[in-house]
Design a protein around this ligand. Structure first.
Ligand code: ADP
Ligand code: MG
Length: 505
């Protein structure tokens, strides 16, 4: 018999390939699980959620061997569980798996202690004289040692479930599978039971737990959502974590995944856009085109992030170009504007998340755009602002300190220094007239990541801008935003011209 080898956390413990379950019913075949692929690493605490009837129990019952797949593979700790016959399955399960059910399922004629000893007797991994002592220590672990000799019917539901968890641990299995273990308990008791699972996860057990409780589901490391017998893309789930389960399942039904080859544009700055995108696979580059025609990379997005929200929440014009990354392309889920506006109307949490993100991204884009502005142009944009003279060698910002201002050099030079862990300072850059520093503070990282001091050669004249003054700068008539928007407006007009002329034909 194959036992699960000692698993190093982070390596695959469960591999499921194209798992299918078709039930034969009087009304014909019914596919309850429609080709699930999933990989669970040792040490993960996975929550499985989905509507009632979506196939959650059918899915995990094929992992525990309670149910048999119609087709597909289940490999757990290297063991091909789907190929086992009944006796192989029983032996394997006794050693490797702890199962916890919604309705506890303790044997009613055995005491709580005997319920825990029984799996040890069946499995014979622990010597007979050790079993009682081990069962008692497991009861202590779930704080039920004082009731050891009672029958299950003499204790509450929450207490029975604690004993059922102790029983699942009887043979010290690496994997615990639980199907709605808190489904039959009030919320306070459910919380205590969930804490027990959290402790088990912290002690290194791998846990798969079906739960209908979305508050609890938010506390696991990883959430798998099942909808109509299929797993909803996990990056979609991550991107839309602000949504409720029902909203998420609805979105999953409506999105169309689309693949983009490397460097292909997904959206283009200045064009009208009516779709919201979630990156499912690969990476995407966010680029801002400068008035001169040069493009600046302002962000790189990864699977689980979204884009396209700015145009949908603003005036419909794309503020940046997003391309599939040059090293391997990208797969995205596109949401039409109707679905998107329904969602934000329904979800205050998503609305707030988007508003915060838009502000943060807009600032980041503006700051990064500045790097494309000619130094003289930048200085002319802040003409009239108060500049102060700083003596040679004086410190302007210090690494590690908190700060929220931004500096533009009107004259002179400054040096940028970085102090390493051993305390040594290295000069990493020298900045001159028209260049700027301190922009990280505007990107949300308030702690300075370098020190800046005026060069020893002579004094420097610096213009200091607070966050609001910075916003004024980029919003000013000659500001970046304006330039970018003028360009966008021009393109929109051009596009409209093209549309008009094609309609006339
Ligand atoms: P969940 O646990 O997500 O509530 P289940 O896995 O129990 O869902 O059920 C998934 C679907 O399969 C449901 O529509 C259910 O009616 C159907 N189903 C479950 N067991 C059987 C069975 N033995 N025969 C026919 N249909 C079944
Ligand atoms: Mg179920």
């Amino acid at each position: 018999m194959v036992a699960i080898r000692k698993q190093v956390n982070g390596s695959s413990l469960i591999e499921v390939h194209n798992l299918v379950k078709v039930y034969k019913t009087p009304a014909g075949d019914f596919a309850a699980v429609k080709g699930i692929d999933v990989d669970v690493k040792a040490g993960e605490f996975v929550g499985i959620i989905g509507k009632s009837g979506s196939g959650k129990s059918t899915f995990i019952n094929m992992l525990t061997g309670i149910d048999r797949p119609t087709s597909g593979e289940v490999i757990i700790g290297g063991a091909p569980v789907h190929t086992f016959n009944e006796s192989q399955m029983a032996a394997w399960r006794g050693r490797n798996l702890g199962i916890v059910f919604q309705f506890f399922q303790l044997l009613p004629t055995l005491t709580l202690l005997e319920n825990i000893i029984l799996p040890m007797e069946l499995n014979k991994q622990y010597a007979p004289r050790e079993r009682r002592k081990r069962a008692m220590s497991l009861l202590e672990r779930v704080e039920m040692e004082h009731q050891a000799d009672k029958l299950p019917s003499a204790v509450s539901g929450g207490q029975q479930q604690r004993v059922a968890i102790a029983r699942a641990l009887a043979n010290d299995p690496p994997l615990i599978v639980a199907d709605e273990p808190t489904g039959n308990l009030d919320s306070k008791t459910a919380n205590k039971i969930f804490e027990l699972f959290e402790e088990l996860a912290a002690s290194g057990k791998t846990i798969l737990m079906v739960t209908h409780d979305s508050d609890l589901a938010r506390r696991v490391n990883r959430t798998i959502v099942i909808s109509d017998g299929e797993i909803v893309n996990e990056y979609l789930v991550r991107a839309l974590s602000a949504l409720t389960q029902d909203q998420l399942v609805e979105v999953a039904r409506r999105v169309k995944p689309q693949a983009f080859a490397r460097d292909a544009s997904i959206i283009r700055q200045g064009e009208m856009g009516d779709k919201f995108y979630i990156l499912l696979d690969g990476k995407a580059d966010v680029l801002i085109e400068q008035p001169g025609g040069t493009e600046i990379l302002v962000n790189q997005l990864e699977a689980g992030q979204y884009f396209g929200e700015m145009a949908l929440m603003g005036n419909g014009i794309r503020t940046a170009t997003v391309k599939a990354a040059s090293d391997g392309g990208a797969k995205v889920a596109a949401l039409d504007s109707k679905t998107f506006s329904d969602l934000i109307a329904d979800s205050r949490v998503l609305r707030e998340e988007l508003a915060g993100l838009i502000e943060q991204r807009a600032t980041a884009n503006e700051v990064k755009s500045l790097s494309g502005v000619k130094h003289d142009d930048l200085l002319s944009m802040v003409k009239g602002a108060q500049a102060k003279t700083c003596a040679a060698g004086s410190e302007i910002i210090r690494q590690g300190a908190l700060g929220d201002s931004f500096f533009i050099i009107e004259d002179g030079k400054v040096d940028v220094w970085i102090k390493s862990a051993d305390g040594n300072e290295t000069r990493v850059n020298q900045l001159k007239r028209g260049q700027y520093f301190g922009e990280m503070a505007l990107l949300g990282d308030r702690r300075r990541n370098a020190s800046v001091r005026v060069s020893k050669d002579g004094p420097a004249r610096l213009i200091e801008l607070g966050e609001q003054e910075f916003q004024k700068l980029v919003n000013a008539s000659e500001g970046i935003k304006q330039k970018v928007q003028d360009e966008a407006g021009k393109r929109k007009k051009e596009l409209e011209q093209v549309h008009k002329s094609t309609r006339r034909r």
